[in-house]
Ligand binder design. Structure first.
Ligand code: ADP
Ligand code: MG
Length: 275
């Protein structure tokens, strides 16, 4: 398959949008799968109590499974939690279990509550590097809110990837999201920035989708990937088989779109100073 350029250091990317159903999880798992199929070492952190990313990657996440909850709340090392994908080489996942649904509230009273995920990620990235298995990408799938779990992702990451669904209310709430990212950059993580915007569920036959895409490209000319992800039944079917679309139907338009988006993302690593 395609080989992507390795970034010089690990790129940590939070996939975020406080709206539900815009394609965060789909984007996180399929981009991660595409990058791994391109020969890179990729860790997906499932940071949503729904555990959808774990499901889509075929990763065990029944109650009681060591999970990202243990890392964030109990300070367990990610190495004790991460599972390798059976299907895609180089792809691993820190799963989320139902435990994580309490974390948002438990975090409130904890010391350094915003830095928990960052500390876990830093330690793991270093450990993997020392073991001679350096991670190229860490992709964090965020819940549909701007609470402490998402804040933890923003502190752990350097980049934010925002999926935008090409429909009527697409841009509603975006200013709130950008304001939160600015706040985190100002107070907790000076490197944080929106590096990438990906148009999802794009239906080029509708005027509305084209208009939304145009508007997003106007506002975010640099960040928006040229590739838009089309609406595709194959993409929506794949998770019910515990698969990404990259393995479920590698030749489908959805798989090819995520592969192309991943190629763009990887190519931008050198351009925007992430070396
Ligand atoms: P989020 O994580 O933002 O809540 P999801 O990635 O779970 O959003 O996507 C919401 C729903 O839309 C899911 O059922 C998913 O399978 C479906 N979906 C996502 N992207 C596409 C696409 N490109 N084509 C068709 N269905 C999609
Ligand atoms: Mg999701």
């Amino acid at each position: 398959g395609a080989r992507f350029d390795k970034p010089k250091t690990t790129r940590v990317i939070a996939v975020a949008n406080q709206k539900g159903g815009v394609g965060k999880t789909t984007t996180a798992v399929n981009l991660a799968a595409a990058l791994a199929k391109g020969g890179l070492r990729v860790l997906v952190i499932d940071n949503d109590p729904q555990g959808n990313a774990s499901t889509a990657l075929g990763i065990e996440h029944r109650a009681g499974t060591p999970s990202i909850y243990d890392a964030i709340i109990e300070e367990a090392p990610l190495g004790d939690i991460v599972q390798q994908s059976d299907v895609i080489n180089g792809l691993s996942c820190a799963p989320a279990t139902i435990d994580l649904s309490g974390a948002e509230i438990e975090l409130v009273s904890l010391v350094a509550r915003e830095n928990r995920l960052r500390n876990a990620v830093r330690f793991h990235v270093e450990q993997q590097r020392e073991a001679g298995l350096p991670l190229d990408y860490v992709v964090i799938d965020c819940p549909p809110s701007l609470g402490l779990l998402t804040i933890n992702a923003f502190v752990a990451a350097r980049e934010v990837l925002i999926p935008i669904q090409c429909e009527y209310y697409a841009l509603e709430g975006l200013s709130q999201l950008l304001k939160n990212i600015d706040l985190v950059r100002g107070h907790l993580n000076p490197d944080l920035h929106v590096s990438t915007i990906l148009l999802t569920m794009f239906d080029k036959r509708t005027n509305l989708a084209r208009e939304v895409a145009e508007e997003v490209r106007e506002h975010f000319a640099e960040q928006t990937l040229a590739t838009a992800i089309p609406r595709s039944v194959r993409i929506s079917e794949a998770p019910s088989y515990g698969q990404t679309v990259l393995t479920y139907d590698a030749g489908s338009t959805g798989a090819l779109a995520y592969l192309e988006a991943a190629r763009e993302l990887a190519a931008r690593a050198t351009r925007s100073g992430h070396e």
